[in-house]
Design a protein around this ligand. Structure first.
Ligand SMILES: CSC[C@@H](O)[C@@H](O)C(=O)COP(=O)(O)O
Length: 353
């Protein structure tokens, strides 16, 4: 029997309002936030109310419109300066996911192009709203295409392991790493997914386990330190994760713990796949060493499980992401197809097609 996937939407533009599903509250509460100004948009991104690289980009794009819609500029040039200023501000909310900068840059370029075409200030504002809506609609199509390409690597009965949440909640729909899971499920395949809980903020437990279970997919939650055991049990035939930024040489930044998983996959002879929209591929950053890695507050670890689990004043190191060297990456699955080594040439080629 085929099933249609109808997920919770994490970002919505509805009735002239930007509405976010508060991902910090899931799975206990399904709470929606109406964001009324750019400060609220910035806070929502920084505090992970919306998270996941594509969803951050989509939200920031709407954020630019929210920031300028009531701005009373005297001239089009003044409006363009304001658009740039607000985009620069939103760009400071999180450093690693390149989709944020990609979406903001696209919004600024669209405003400038509209000005060159002689649009009025009202026209430019409307064009910015449409651009944000286009970014969101395109992301859905991109995720579906990633899922279709990824599905060619898998077959009925496969066991998959994933980390963090590169799911529908992190994108417009389908997710990146989860897209083939949803498409496989729609086809009636029996797949088994193992979801790492993903310390410290538990995106795997709170979000991936939740959304896959809601969709009726066979998902098993494991603690991060159980991945080796699950692999050695022979339960996993592929690892698939999302990414916040792929460098030009194929090094992959993703949620902390991804690198360890890639090493484990290599040790067990299991392919390690990265699902990446082109908006996550940063051809201008040569290698993973140049990718800025966000460090977050100690409290995420000390009090991350809802109560104090360590000495209150303990020294903590809390990088939110790590970089998996490209040598460990079996393939990068994009909306334009599956890319394998040599990554420098093959990723570059994606942007020339
Ligand atoms: C399709 S989402 C890809 C990545 O953004 C995801 O894997 C991830 O690491 C998210 O980190 P987060 O800190 O929750 O924003």
């Amino acid at each position: 029997m085929t099933k249609t996937y109808e997920p919770l939407q994490s970002v919505r533009w509805d009735n002239d309002e930007l509405i976010l599903l508060d991902q910090t509250r899931l799975p206990e509460q399904t709470e929606f936030l109406i964001l009324q100004d750019v400060q609220q948009v910035w806070d929502a991104i920084e505090r992970l109310k919306v998270r996941g690289a594509p969803a951050i980009g989509i939200t920031a794009a709407y954020g630019v419109y929210v920031a300028i819609r009531d701005f009373a500029a005297a001239t089009v040039d003044e409006l363009l300066v304001e658009v740039q200023k607000q985009a620069d501000y939103l760009a400071t909310s999180r450093p690693t996911a390149v989709n944020l900068f990609w979406a903001l840059d696209r919004m600024v370029r669209r405003a400038k192009a509209a000005a060159v075409q002689g649009e009025s200030m009202t026209g430019i504002k409307q064009i910015l709203l449409s651009e944000a809506q286009d970014i969101q609609a395109e992301d859905e199509a991109v995720c579906r295409a990633i899922g279709e390409h990824a599905l060619t690597l898998f077959s009925d009965g496969i066991g998959l392991l994933t980390h963090c949440n590169a799911g529908g909640l992190a994108t417009a729909k389908y997710g990146t790493a989860t897209a083939p899971m949803y498409l496989a499920h729609e086809k009636g395949w029996n797949i088994k997914v193992f979801a790492d809980e993903t310390r410290p903020v538990l995106q795997g437990a709170r979000l991936t386990a939740y959304e896959l279970q809601q969709a009726g997919i066979d998902v098993t939650l494991i603690c991060d330190n159980m991945a080796a055991k699950v692999m050695s049990n022979g339960w996993v035939q592929a690892v698939i994760v999302g990414t916040d930024r792929v460098a030009a040489n194929g090094d992959v930044a993703n949620k902390i713990g991804t690198y360890g998983l890639a090493v484990l996959a290599r040790a067990h002879n299991i392919p390690f796949y990265v699902a990446a929209p082109l908006s996550s591929i940063d051809i201008k950053t040569p290698t993973g060493k140049e990718i800025p890695i966000e460090e977050r507050e100690a409290d995420e670890i000390i009090r991350g499980l809802g109560r104090q689990v360590a000495p209150a004043d303990i020294k903590v190191y809390n990088p939110a992401f790590d970089v998996t060297p490209h040598e460990y990456v079996t393939a990068i699955i994009t909306e334009k197809g599956i890319v394998r080594a040599p990554y420098t040439d093959n990723l570059q080629a994606l942007f020339q097609k």
